[in-house]
Design a protein around this ligand. Structure first.
Ligand SMILES: Cc1cc2nc3c(=O)[nH]c(=O)nc-3n(C[C@H](O)[C@H](O)[C@H](O)COP(=O)(O)OP(=O)(O)OC[C@H]3O[C@@H](n4cnc5c(N)ncnc54)[C@H](O)[C@@H]3O)c2cc1C
Ligand SMILES: *[C@@H]1O[C@H](CO)[C@@H](O)[C@H](O)[C@H]1NC(C)=O
Ligand SMILES: *[C@@H]1O[C@H](CO)[C@@H](O)[C@H](O)[C@H]1NC(C)=O
Ligand SMILES: *[C@@H]1O[C@H](CO)[C@@H](O)[C@H](O)[C@H]1NC(C)=O
Ligand SMILES: *[C@@H]1O[C@H](CO)[C@@H](O)[C@H](O)[C@H]1NC(C)=O
Ligand SMILES: *[C@@H]1O[C@H](CO)[C@@H](O)[C@H](O)[C@H]1NC(C)=O
Ligand SMILES: *[C@@H]1O[C@H](CO)[C@@H](O)[C@H](O)[C@H]1NC(C)=O
Ligand SMILES: *[C@@H]1O[C@H](CO)[C@@H](O)[C@H](O)[C@H]1NC(C)=O
Ligand SMILES: *[C@@H]1O[C@H](CO)[C@@H](O)[C@H](O)[C@H]1NC(C)=O
Ligand SMILES: *[C@@H]1O[C@H](CO)[C@@H](O)[C@H](O)[C@H]1NC(C)=O
Length: 601
């Protein structure tokens, strides 16, 4: 039975490839929606737009369908995923004393959600309200978007593991259905979680909250996109893909790298991709689509637009790309959450990542526990606990800090997080990493092109800590984190700071330590933003037949981890698209067929 259905699937996908390819050659039938990118945004869109069976959809994903099942499904192994990734690196950043950061992104069905740290967090409600006013799309306001959060997630208890029941869960903000990513409490097993939470509360005047109910500031012990029952990754690949794979009106093509979007005047009409198998790359195939939806993520969406002639004129002309539309805002407004780390020695009783990878006794126990009943450290997110807070106005004395001082009061400036992943190289002993991150930074970066060759990685200018107020905020936040970690309560189990180290005391030296060990959280957003690049209908302004729906459309970041918002936003966009295209699709198909008859293809 199993064999047969996979054979049928194979035949369908082979047929899909040939049928669509020859369709293009004879300039015939259009696909209603061609979606570029099968991350959370692309998969949610494909599911929602295909649900009633009336639209035909092709989804093109550059990466494979899946990868090593152990690495993909076992939550604690996510830091060891080295492939399939887009290996992006930022330019040397002068704010980081010339260091450059790595910004890998998921390159597989599920996109980032197949490789990410699974932290599930929505953050401050006022972020979404401001997105609504910037975009002119009232559906993005917290009170409306909550409906979408309900539709794309549900909560389940981890019954088999004790000790993790303390995280507050506001059950009204999770959906009831089976569909949607499953959110569960983190299994508290590393051993510092309780002490970190208590210390952060007392040192920062916070209390524990559920950061998924619109609350921005507080302590969260980590709600994660992990199946409660078997402690395996719950992500857009295993939630959305199975239901769309069996629909005859959807075709997903894997290893299909889109290199160009073709325009007839102002209207996007086709998409060219390169199917890769092993080391072989087939020649280009072009598909026509009534509507092209770009969901390639915050680095690849602006890159593909620029390759297709949509972007800043100077950038396009530098690479001899014919300009379809001069759009300075494409690729600008890059935000990320930069994070600056500290490292602490861990007492032997803490079950850090080092213990279950380097201590052979613990390695055996951990594997046994996970295999027998999915318990133990392998089924968790490596001890994520985080807290968010504001930087007091006094920290900005003498600086232009309007960006910070005028943020709505539910918004934190800084997020501190602790994890047992040993983030700094060269330390072979049990250690715990902590970091401070600016979650509403002022400075913005940019994505540009290295060349007109689609295979080249783009230029990424991070501009982390890009304003004086950003520098003051991270300095204050980093020092505050150090106070929390250095508190006598935590020092009983985290004896001794490895980084930055006891000799680092002056603000000048702390700033240098920050510059030397700053990483990307891998949360890029904002490069094809609503309100500037996009209208309230998700269309690129001034162009037809092309929409963008993914993390690149966030006008600015959420106050914590972004995946939850990508799912909700895509769900909302799909409903908006269905509403606006109803009735007009017939006309669109007619118009594009007219073009083919007239010999445009
Ligand atoms: C290592 C890592 C850890 C993270 N940790 C967390 C976390 O703990 N919690 C959290 O909330 N968020 C986390 N994130 C961020 C989160 O995963 C992303 O915000 C989210 O996946 C973005 O969704 P997206 O659909 O916009 O883009 P993506 O997830 O990047 O998906 C885009 C998809 O498009 C495909 N694609 C790109 N270009 C092309 C092309 N030209 N042709 C065809 N296909 C293309 C890509 O292969 C990819 O599959 C993490 C991300 C990474 C990379
Ligand atoms: C998958 O990854 C696991 C964990 O790293 C490794 O032990 C195993 O050998 C890998 N399997 C394959 C088929 O590569
Ligand atoms: C990214 O790097 C990894 C590890 O070096 C490698 O296996 C993978 O093929 C690279 N990915 C791409 C798209 O080049
Ligand atoms: C739960 O979340 C809802 C929606 O934001 C909010 O109205 C309610 O006050 C929250 N409940 C608690 C107990 O915090
Ligand atoms: C874990 O359970 C979920 C939900 O029942 C299921 O979809 C998933 O395949 C399971 N994961 C593994 C690795 O068995
Ligand atoms: C894609 O569309 C453009 C604009 O109509 C056209 O010039 C180009 O030839 C098309 N590409 C293919 C391969 O059909
Ligand atoms: C390795 O694990 C064992 C068993 O838990 C423990 O007794 C020992 O202290 C650990 N070794 C180190 C170096 O932490
Ligand atoms: C899970 O398995 C481990 C190791 O086999 C065992 O020690 C533990 O008691 C089991 N837990 C539950 C809840 O069954
Ligand atoms: C770390 O040290 C242990 C012994 O304590 C050794 O077995 C292991 O190989 C070392 N790992 C690395 C990566 O050097
Ligand atoms: C602190 O000591 C470390 C290790 O000896 C050294 O690398 C670093 O430069 C010192 N930093 C300062 C500010 O003195």
């Amino acid at each position: 039975m199993k064999k047969r259905s996979s054979l049928i699937r194979l035949l369908i996908s082979v047929a899909a490839t040939t049928v669509f390819a020859s369709d293009t050659r004879n300039g015939g039938q259009n696909t209603d929606y061609v979606i570029v990118g099968g991350g959370p945004a692309g998969l949610v869109l494909a599911e929602r737009l295909s649900r009633d069976g009336t639209s035909s959809i092709v989804l093109l994903e550059a990466g494979p369908r899946d990868f090593n099942a152990t690495l993909l499904n076992t939550p604690a192994l996510f830091p060891f995923i080295a492939d399939p990734l887009w290996n992006f690196t930022g330019q040397p950043d002068e704010n980081l004393a010339g260091n450059s950061v790595q910004i890998p992104q998921g390159r597989v069905a599920g996109g980032g959600t197949a490789v990410n740290g699974m932290a599930y967090c929505r953050g401050a409600a006022s972020v979404y309200d401001e997105w609504a006013s910037i975009s002119g799309n009232e559906g993005l306001a917290w009170n409306s978007l909550l409906q979408d959060f309900l539709e794309v997630s549900h909560y389940a208890e981890t019954a088999s593991v004790s000790g993790d029941q303390k995280q507050i869960v506001n059950r009204t903000v999770y959906g009831r259905g089976k569909a949607g990513v499953e959110v569960s409490r983190s299994s508290i097993m590393v051993g510092y979680e309780e002490l970190f939470s208590q210390t952060a509360q007392s040192e920062l005047g916070l209390h524990e909250v559920d950061m998924n109910d619109g609350t921005g500031i507080g302590v969260d012990r980590g709600l994660l996109s992990i199946y409660a029952r078997n402690h395996s990754r719950s992500y857009s690949g295993n939630v959305y893909r199975p239901s769309i794979e069996v629909r005859p009106n959807v075709h997903i093509l894997y290893n299909a790298w889109v290199s160009h979007i073709g325009f007839d005047g102002n209207r996007a009409v086709n998409v060219t991709y390169h199917q890769q198998s092993g080391n072989r790359e087939d020649s280009a195939v072009t598909l026509r689509g009534s509507e092209i939806i770009l969901s390639a993520g915050a680095i690849n969406s602006p890159k593909l637009l620029m390759l297709s002639g949509i972007g800043p004129r100077a950038e396009l002309e530098r690479h001899n790309i014919p300009v379809i539309a001069d759009r300075p805002e494409i690729g600008s407004n890059l935000h990320d959450h930069a994070l600056s780390v500290m490292l602490y020695n861990a007492a032997p009783e803490l079950l850090t990542v080092w213990q279950w990878t380097e201590n052979s006794t613990e390695t055996v126990i951990a594997k046994e526990q996970y295999a027998s009943n999915s318990s133990g450290p392998l089924g968790t997110g490596n001890g994520f606990v985080y807290a968010t807070f504001r930087v007091p106005d006094s920290a900005f004395a003498g600086l232009d800090a309007i960006h910070y001082t005028t943020l709505p009061t539910d918004r934190p400036h800084v997020l501190i997080q602790v994890t047992s992943i040993p983030l700094l190289a060269g330390v072979n002993s049990s250690a715990v990493t902590a970091w401070a991150s600016l979650v509403q930074p002022e400075g913005v970066g940019r994505v540009g092109l290295h060349s007109s060759d689609y295979r080249d990685n783009p230029v990424i200018e991070t501009n982390f800590y890009g304003s004086d107020a950003d520098k003051a905020a991270i300095l204050w936040g980093y020092k505050k984190l150090r106070e929390v970690m250095g508190h006598s309560a935590l020092q009983t189990i985290l004896p001794g700071e490895i980084y930055p180290g006891a000799n680092v005391t002056t603000d000048e030296d702390v700033w240098k330590a920050i510059q030397a060990q700053t990483f990307s959280y891998r949360h890029p957003i904002g490069t094809v933003a609503l309100g500037t690049a996009l209208g309230s209908d998700w269309r690129l302004r001034g162009l037809e037949g092309i929409r963008v729906v993914d993390s690149s459309t966030f006008p600015f970041p959420t106050t914590c981890h972004p995946q939850s918002a990508v799912y909700a936003l895509a769900n909302r966009a799909a409903k908006d698209i269905l509403k606006s295209d109803k009735g007009s699709r017939g006309t669109m198909r007619y118009v594009s067929n007219l073009f083919s008859w007239a010999g445009y293809n």
